[in-house]
Design a protein. Sequence first.
Length: 455
Amino acid sequence: MKKKTVKRLLASGLVLTALLAGCGNGGSKDKTADSGKSDSKTEATLPTDDVTIKFSWWGADNRHEAMKKVVELYEAEHPNVTVDVEYGAWDGWQAKVLTQLSGKTEADVMQVNYNWLFSFGKGQNIFYDLNKVSNFLDLNNWDKEYLKALQVDGQQAAVPHGMTGRVNLINEKLYTDNGLEIPKTYDDLEAAGKVIGANNTETGAENQYAFQNMGKVSKDLFIAQMLFNATGKVMQEDGKVNYSVKDVQKVLEQYKALEDSGAMPTFNQDPSVETNANPEWTGGKVGGIYEWANSLAQWAKSYEDAGNSADSLTVAPYFQKDADSKPSVYVKPNFAYAISKNSKNPEVAADFINFLFTNEEAVKASGDALGISSNTVTHDLQVKNNLLEGVVKDAYDTLDSYDQVVMDPYFEDENVRNERYTAIEAFRSGKSTAEEAAKDYVEKQQEALDKYYIG
């Protein structure tokens, strides 16, 4: 499942090519000059009466502020349009959107997650077919294969912002202060934990950790990458779990050894704050986190705002199972934009999405809060305005140095993932043995796939 394998699978429309740092340079035409407007769009007309649409998204504070600025810019250009906004943190957002969809109260424009397109409608597109509004939203600004990945039942369910993957953001200062180099392997990380966490107590507020997985998603993906490294196999293929109970048991035991060494918090030491406001992170007591590439700016900002030097932060290579085994890594569309089938103004909604991607001031307002875009116009504007800098750029450069595999859409389905969560946490808390947890990890995840997977 290397890059060439991903490209071969693109024909099915199920995955995206893992193109990251250079993802916006695929076409030879310079579309920046025409702001992404297709010829047909100039012939289309938007309503002149007063219109209200709603835009919803999830994210952290930096994304909230960026999106609100984009809304202000759009309303300034379109005085007859009011854009109501709804936003919040990721936790619980999927359940919120599902409730809205079932009650037909969802926003006109929605930031959506990759797996929602396939799992919510069980194989049918529950969002507006964007081909119907291509006069207002220029679909030519994306590689056709990117669009294929977000097509459901022959319809264009959404358009992608870009690609992302989890990477290691390292506080190098904590390592150098302890006379250590940044770990290259899991064994190195365990050894570093014994030094950095040597004086840790069971629940001590002054504990230091070589690495910290903030929240269940981070733990799940970190362990998933460990499994990928150990076996060379991805989590799922065609609705089937690829791992044996012994595969999972071995990795769970390896993960627990990292916790027991002091490299990472144990179940009882897990922090109550699992966002970039985590006081252990801002206080320089954490040697690294595993976070989405497009989200690193907020972590760097909170670290620097606490009085630390941002120069001590670096994006490091992935941990390896041994010194000679460079892994392949998971990537995915970081998020996409869809329009509600119930929208009374799908043309305005489409025009708003097009504005977000192609208006230079909107792209500048977004800054690095959204990551590198796969929309060719957006990417050109990001380059022109020097928006691809710092740890976010470093993260994408790091990702681009690895062979990449796009996550199966059901990898992140909450029904499927929750079975993995439950098994992992039962083991970490001592409620299950490694073997029992591994059995649940495989078998209950498979049961969920059998119930929800639509091939």
